[in-house]
Design a protein around this ligand. Sequence first.
Ligand code: F6P
Length: 363
Amino acid sequence: MSLKRVGILTGGGDCSGLNAVIRAVTRSAIITHEAEVIGIKNGFEGLIFDRHRKLTVADTKILPLGGTILGTSNKGNPFEYRQFDKDGNLTTQDYSQKSIENFNRLNLDCLFVVGGDGTLQIGYKFFEMGMPVIGIPKTIDNDLVGTDYTFGYQTAVQVACDALDRLHTTGESHDRVMILEVMGREAGWIALEAGISGAAHVTLIPEIPYDLEKVLEKIQLRKEGGSPFSVIVVAEGAKEIGKQAITSEAASTRLQGVAQLGGVGNFIAKQLSDRIDLEVRCTVLGHIQRGGTPLSFDRVLGTRLGTHAVEAAVEGKFGTMVALKGQEIVLVELESLAGIVRKVPENSQLIRTAESIGICLGR
Ligand code: F6P
């Protein structure tokens, strides 16, 4: 089909490389297909409240830019939109029909939905309701099924690796145990690859509940071997054997009741401090992993995914997501994602690699 007008939105948490996708979709739709491009602002909120802007080639000087020029939101699910009524009570509204009306009014041939599992699931629901949707996978967590890598992930790992390099030198200077808490939700990809690339001595991931005694043993052995400092990377979703991951209630009132991961780094710092005669310090890397300039890998991946998404739209392959499989960009059905989290498999080569070079995974 020939494309006349396409829309694009970025939803969920931001990551490096989103602008590379926006740029690729915009340039390829305009330059190759002479189509118009409409950027929907702030994720699905822009569809609910009809907020959008036209994108032109002049708007695409954004390749090295972190974040998303369209804005994003992880609070804007049109099927369960949370907002306060005039009495200050939190209410949940279904704005899906309103969103479809706004989509139709924009006269779009396709909506490119760039996001993680939550955003892509919303995209799939709209596809089922007749909207021509194509998904583009993003997340620093790399936890989406159907694709080998999501863009944003490599940049986040590099940030964590750089942080570990820095913690090494200060940790070694002071003979301290340095803990770095990284993101990743229920998946340990960032921690594991950062641990390998940043030469951590201990790496704790959600997939392998940790035994504190093993961590203590590793630190003790290093001390006895003449290295009284250790560097630990811990995924925010990591948990001790028999315990739950550490969460706190989201501070935002619109996210009332939503549990946010975080705090395990300081928890382990306390656990270790109570048992060893070494100073323990924790650094929580947080959103630094999501911001800033994307690595070239994420720029290229984002550009490839964006251009293939436009090709998929031309071929009318709606209800799919563009994905990296090996060296190729392929299409997978949005339906097949079904909210599955891609965790580090038990038999992962990465786990074997880490352990065979002496990294303690807390077991
Ligand atoms: O999914 C990406 C991610 O950065 C997770 O790693 C993290 O748990 C979460 O988003 C943080 O979300 P927020 O920006 O809402 O605090």
